[in-house]
Design a protein around this ligand. Structure first.
Ligand code: IPD
Length: 265
């Protein structure tokens, strides 16, 4: 499977760069909301749709037997054992507002296991990737998560879903956590948050209710950089908590999040 992983990585990198260039260079000045999904603030732009189409067309041309799961509707089982999990813009609200933290996230699963992850953040000018068992990189630079500080000195990222009831509960958890850690960041892209854990730019990141496409690539990148991920979120079916952190921070944060009720709506 080494050849397969190498092929999947090179296709994922090329697809992410093509989509990233389209999104960065082709963002309309008057970009508006094309549709809403789970709530009025859960938005889709025409560029989310264009990016997903570019990625699925490109990968489908090269590997017509593969399956797809995409945020904007791509869904097919395929027959090759490979499935692509795609977020055509992770951080759509940042993209809509012209803020820099958005990314194209592409993961490949083989026989149900994530084997390749690519997160391209074109405005940051950074692409991270990981291959199962082989490590995580940003360009040529090998990524390693930060040595774990005590929790009260840890910089923790989080995010808030779009569903109103869940947001209120997430705000309560963040309110209770804030005095127990160095500080909290909310960048607006789960994929970038997970890469930031991998790169030592955050000590940990948690969010409840991520979708598989938000975190499939970033989870592998964080793990391959030495972070621990999981906590009822490892394979993160909808609604589960995703937690990724350097190992000591994970061990301290996991029970605290449990105590603060972060697992529940
Ligand atoms: C969102 C981002 C955000 C997270 C939300 C996600 P999208 O993804 O990752 O950081 O807090 O839960 O839905 O909708 O921009 O692809």
């Amino acid at each position: 499977t080494d050849d397969l992983k190498a092929e999947l990585l090179s296709l994922a990198l090329e697809a992410a760069h093509k989509a990233g260039a389209l999104l960065r260079d082709g963002r309309p000045e008057d970009l508006g909301v094309a549709a809403t999904k789970t709530s009025p603030i859960d938005v889709v732009t025409e560029m989310d749709l264009a990016s997903e189409k570019l990625i699925t067309d490109f990968l489908g041309d090269h590997r017509p037997e593969d399956g797809f799961l995409g945020e904007e509707g791509a869904s097919s089982p395929g027959s090759s054992g490979v499935r692509w999990v795609i977020d055509p813009i992770d951080g759509t609200v940042n993209y809509l507002y012209g803020r820099p933290d958005w990314a194209v996230s592409i993961a490949a699963e083989y026989a149900g296991e994530r084997v390749v992850g690519v997160v391209a953040a074109p405005v940051r000018g950074e692409t991270c990737h990981a291959v199962l068992g082989e490590g995580a990189w940003r360009g040529e630079r090998r990524l390693r998560c930060r040595p774990s500080p005590p929790l009260d000195q840890a910089l923790i990222g989080t995010g808030f879903g779009y569903v109103a009831g869940r947001r209120a509960a997430q705000a309560e958890v963040a309110r209770a956590l804030l005095p127990r850690v160095r500080d909290i960041r909310r960048c607006g892209s789960a994929a970038i948050d997970l890469c930031d854990v991998a790169a030592g730019r955050l000590d940990g990141y948690y969010e409840r209710g991520l979708h598989p496409w938000d975190m499939a690539a970033g989870d592998l990148i964080a793990r391959e950089a030495g972070a621990r991920t999981g906590g009822r979120g490892a394979a993160a079916p909808d609604g589960e908590l995703t937690l990724a952190a350097s190992p000591g921070v994970f061990d301290a944060l996991h029970p605290l999040l449990e105590e603060l009720g972060a697992w529940h709506d």
